[in-house]
Design a protein around this ligand. Structure first.
Ligand code: SAH
Length: 264
């Protein structure tokens, strides 16, 4: 039985009286090449610990469990637990937590996130991990292609979404993934997104508190993105002048460094 094989997936679902549930964003991966590309992109080492969000039937979990010390999965859909017990029975290093990933607080010192996530919670999920006290070393996730593209945009066309990621790490769209790689096929295209998270000592590392201050300022400016900064951040005119940022600029043109300079 191969968990990326459509016939096998249908057999498992039928056996357990289950179906792919829309409200949980269930689109199961059915393409072996994409599965392997995700795993290779994460560059896992045997001593590492991985957090997977939404294991589904366990297709990715299976590969991860072969490679690392421990895999901790967060799965919201309780009806999938008996399936996972079965499909992952060969592994003693997999822990399944029946919980909402959005209520999880990372409690490991070193770990990587590797997952095919439910697309409707992409942005809060990325923020949860990047803004946590204990951040992952990297996130390798399947997301909607459009979202991956938006995240990878840097100035002069930034958005709050891309800034939210760029403050904490370097994002890269690794591979575009067609809708046919999933069962059922979603209405949107997908992509493998890899975020290398900055750590203390890295050139681009900033403390979370400072990054969030810059982000809050940016959110204020982006809430009226067509207006010049002199209107949206009127209280910061002096700070902008000191930082050499012309107050007639619009928020999407500022670089990460410039946003950070406003919090100095
Ligand atoms: N990783 C699997 C399944 C992807 S579908 C595969 O590639 O085949 C998305 C998965 O996320 C489903 O298993 C769904 O039940 C789960 N899920 C949805 N919302 C969740 C949440 N808030 N927290 C944790 N898991 C969630």
């Amino acid at each position: 039985m191969e968990l990326y094989n459509l016939a096998d997936i249908k057999t498992i679902l039928e056996k357990h009286g289950l179906w792919a549930k829309k409200q949980f964003g269930q689109n199961f991966l059915i393409n072996k090449d994409i599965l392997m590309t995700i795993v290779e992109t994460a560059k896992l080492k045997p001593t590492e610990q991985v957090i997977e969000i939404g294991p589904g039937l366990g297709v990715l979990t299976n590969e991860l469990a072969k490679l690392v010390t421990r895999v901790t999965c967060l799965e919201l859909d309780t009806t999938l637990l008996p399936v996972l017990k079965e499909t992952l029975s060969a592994y003693k290093n997999v822990q399944i937590l029946n919980q909402d990933a959005l209520h999880f607080s990372p409690c490991f010192k070193e770990y990587k996130v590797v997952a095919n996530i439910p697309y409707n919670i992409t942005s809060p999920l990325i923020n949860l991990f990047l803004q946590a006290d204990l951040k992952p070393e990297s996130m390798t996730i399947l997301v909607q292609r459009e979202v991956a593209e938006k995240i990878c945009i840097i100035d002069p066309d930034m958005t709050v979404l891309s800034l939210q990621v760029a403050l904490f790490g370097k994002a890269k769209l690794v591979k575009k993934v067609g809708a046919g790689c999933f069962y059922p096929a979603p209405k949107v295209e997908s992509a493998i997104l890899h975020i290398d998270v900055y750590k203390p000592g890295d050139e681009n590392y900033v403390e979370t508190k400072k990054a969030l201050e810059a982000l809050n300022l940016a959110k204020k400016a982006f809430s009226q993105r067509r207006k010049m900064l002199s209107n949206t951040l009127a209280d910061y005119k002096e700070t902008m002048a000191k930082a050499g940022i012309a107050s007639n600029r619009r928020p999407e043109t500022l670089s990460v460094k410039e946003w950070l300079s406003l919090t100095d």
